[in-house]
Design a binder for this molecule. Structure first.
Ligand code: NAD
Length: 457
């Protein structure tokens, strides 16, 4: 049933070559921006309660469409797996904060009352990745609308249909709740040119980029305020005090979630010598890991990278079973992850792969482990994880890695509120320092002072 709906939606978009009839979708980027400007004039006069009514309908529709959106994302991009993508949509619907995230500061005293209120930027330009296409759009929309903004998206071209379907869904929610159309807009054919028009447009004062280093550098070079949620290469350190059996399970669960697409997912292990063998044994015997020989590792390097050293997009977000089939190894779906031991410089360890290949670097001591993990994180300061019962080790590691996210003794996705406390986001701005973005990140600070009155203390 869902499969039929997805095929129909995607085929219709293909046959017509146009997506008219979908709310918020324009041929021309300038038309899209103008529609967003008009919508924002209405949004900023709406009460917080009216914004919340739209957000609650976006949440409801996200739950209802989770299966369709997950299928569309996997069909269109070829990346990730439907089951995990469904979970990601439910998580987005439930745990991305709305207007409650925006708070006011007040000072009152003999000279009156001063408030600092967080107001909208207006129209925000957002660039979204292929790896979490609809999740990022929904997450950005909830936070940006809560802050009183509207948003123009320039999505990854490989995920445009999924994005268009999502944007239509969001505008339907707004209209049903009595809000304006075009609270989120995009173009039929997003390109670097449409992105450049958006970045240069004088009515857009905030840019939000979720993606690799190229796009973050692009928005930071725009001359405008920008939030840059860039790449990571999260190491997970396991020391001699860890619960090794649990660490093996958590690491494989985190690494294989949505075929390793999340930027926060475990990308390589650093294990202290005295526990490295035990960890590897548990991963293989209890957690569906395939131990790759030197020959298979070499074949994987040939397959996963192009001759120029770039990532082969046909491998990104694929399952371990598919990756192994590409190098001539046939295994069943019970194999979830490919593991091996190697030096930190091994290309399958040092590079951010976004596929379930997990290399383990053996180190003599915790101290060497910290140094190795810092090297592997490449200064992204994005995410790092640790399994340890030693609080001094955890503290040292956290200080040295200096990342926006650090998960201790759990799978990486606990940091997104999935099996952990706290809210969810799919835009983690490590490079520009906002960390896990939410509604407050998309607002600007405004001081409002009443002189010599309104203090009633
Ligand atoms: P990507 O960098 O190829 O593309 C991301 C977006 O940026 C796309 O919309 C793309 O069209 C656009 N883009 C790329 N270069 C651009 C440029 N020079 N000017 C304007 N737009 C440009 O990444 P992807 O494959 O879609 O996503 C994977 C990458 O994103 C990984 O590096 C991952 O770590 C990162 N990511 C980070 C976060 C985060 O929250 N920090 C979340 C998801 C993904």
């Amino acid at each position: 049933m869902v499969h039929d709906i997805v095929q129909k939606v995607m085929a219709n978009m293909q046959i017509s070559g146009s997506v008219s009839g979908m709310h918020g979708v324009f041929k021309d980027m300038n038309d899209a921006i103008n529609a967003s400007i008009e919508a924002q004039k209405k949004v900023c006069t709406m009460t917080l309660d009216q914004r919340e009514q739209i957000i609650s309908l976006i949440r409801k529709k996200t739950h209802e469409n989770a299966e369709i959106l997950a299928n569309m994302g996997v069909n269109e991009t070829g990346m990730g797996n439907v089951g995990d993508k469904i979970l990601k949509h439910h998580l987005t619907a439930d745990k991305v904060p709305g207007t409650e995230d925006i708070s006011t500061i007040a000072w009152s005293g003999d000279r009156g009352l001063t408030l600092v209120e967080m107001g909208p930027f207006g129209v925000i330009g957002a660039i979204t990745p292929a790896t979490n296409p609809s999740e990022t759009v929904i997450c950005n929309c909830i936070g940006m609308l809560a802050g009183g903004n509207t948003v123009v998206f320039n999505p990854h071209p490989n995920a445009k249909k999924t994005t268009i379907y999502t944007i239509n869904m969001i505008n339907e929610a707004s209209i049903e709740a009595g809000g304006p159309d075009n609270i989120a807009v995009t173009v039929e054919a997003p390109t670097l040119d449409t992105s450049a028009i958006m970045m240069k447009h004088p009515s857009i004062h905030l840019l939000v980029a979720t993606g690799g280093p190229g796009v973050v550098t692009a928005v930071l070079s725009s001359g405008k305020r920008a939030i840059g949620a860039g790449a990571g290469n999260p190491p997970v350190l396991v020391d001699e005090t860890a619960d090794i059996r649990k660490a093996a399970q958590d690491i494989v669960n985190g690494c294989t979630f949505d075929n390793n697409l999340p930027c926060i997912a475990e990308k390589e292990i650093v294990a202290v010598d005295s526990v490295a063998d035990e960890l590897m044994n548990y991963m293989i015997s209890e957690n569906g890991c395939y131990l790759a020989s030197k020959e298979i590792q070499d074949k994987l390097v040939q397959t996963v990278f192009t001759p120029k050293g770039a990532l082969n997009r046909k491998c990104v977000g694929r399952s371990a079973q598919t990756l192994l089939a590409m190098v001539g190894v046939n295994v069943g779906p019970e194999i979830r992850c490919i593991v091996f031991e190697g030096q930190k410089e091994h290309p399958l360890i040092a590079e951010e792969l976004m596929m379930p290949i997990l290399g383990m670097v053996r180190v003599k001591s915790f101290e060497e482990g910290v140094e190795t993990a810092v090297w592997l994180e490449h200064g992204n300061r994005h995410s790092a994880h640790i399994h340890s019962k030693n609080v001094d080790h955890i503290t040292t590691y956290a200080r040295a890695l200096d990342t926006a996210i650090l998960v201790k003794n759990g799978p990486s996705y606990a940091a997104l509120g999935f099996g952990g406390e706290g809210y969810c986001t799919f835009t983690i701005a490590s490079r520009t320092g906002e960390g896990l973005t939410a509604a407050h990140s998309f607002t600007k600070s405004r001081r409002c002072t009443m002189s010599d009155s309104l203090c009633i203390r």
